[in-house]
Design a protein around this ligand. Structure first.
Ligand code: GRF
Length: 223
């Protein structure tokens, strides 16, 4: 196992229930992910995600946007706190606010987001209802690098689920969430091991540019 000093440090950004954060914490505890969560940050001080962090003895900070003159000011204050824990990677796991270019720029290639759709389909909110409305046969989740193009950064990996007859948005969301967690963990393992890197706009896996996102199959990522 890597020493404390070389163990990759993660900062997690979350606004809500924090099931992805919990999956990360559980995987670290179980020795399935060689990383350390150095801090959890969000825009809603009462979020369950922040409580989960505190319960695990991890510093957590919620900064309400109200009281800041602009979105940029809020981003800057939040990211100053993020930077203070010296993360190797920033993981947006259900952080529900847009991030401005100025906040993201210093972290290019080191900030990722999980989004509940097969990007580039269904960027933005209410992805499950929109997938049902569109009548797609397949839905899922994407892990991508964050850029100032909302949900538009280079996609690293995806996990797919079938849409079944009679699905409603809640049922479909639950099916997607079940694959989001292994998608998050397997991708983080590769990132933390330095096997996935961003070069300009291309995702490289073991030094080779990906032509298409990696796909999760049986809890492993495949090209
Ligand atoms: C997930 O569906 C994620 O894809 C989306 O927000 C949700 C966060 O869930 N970005 P949780 O807070 O990790 O439970």
């Amino acid at each position: 196992m890597a020493s404390e000093r070389t163990t990759p440090r993660l900062a997690v950004l979350a606004s809500g229930r924090g099931s992805n954060l919990q999956a990360i914490l559980d995987a670290i505890d179980a020795g399935r992910l060689d990383a350390r969560v150095a801090g959890v940050f969000g825009d809603r001080p009462g979020a369950l995600a922040l409580q989960r962090a505190r319960d695990a003895g991890i510093p957590a900070r919620g900064l309400r946007p109200r009281g800041f003159a602009s979105r940029g000011d809020h981003d800057a204050a939040l990211f100053a706190e993020v930077a203070a824990v010296e993360p190797d990677f920033i993981v947006c796991a259900g952080y529900m606010r847009l991030l401005g270019a100025a906040a993201i720029a210093p972290w290019q290639g080191r900030i990722i987001n999980i989004h509940p759709s097969l990007l580039p389909a269904f960027k933005g909110l209410d992805t499950h209802a929109r997938a049902l409305e569109a009548g797609v046969g397949e839905h899922g989740a994407s892990l991508h690098y964050v850029t100032d193009d909302l949900d538009g950064g280079p996609v690293i990996a995806q996990a797919r689920v079938p849409v079944q007859p009679g699905d409603d948005a809640a049922g479909l969301a639950a099916r997607v969430l079940a694959v989001e967690h292994p998608l998050m963990l397997t991708t983080l393992q590769l990132l933390c091991a330095g096997r996935i890197v961003l070069r300009d706009t291309a995702v490289e896996f073991d030094g080779v540019p990906l032509e298409a996102p990696l796909q999760l199959a049986a809890n492993r990522l495949e090209a």
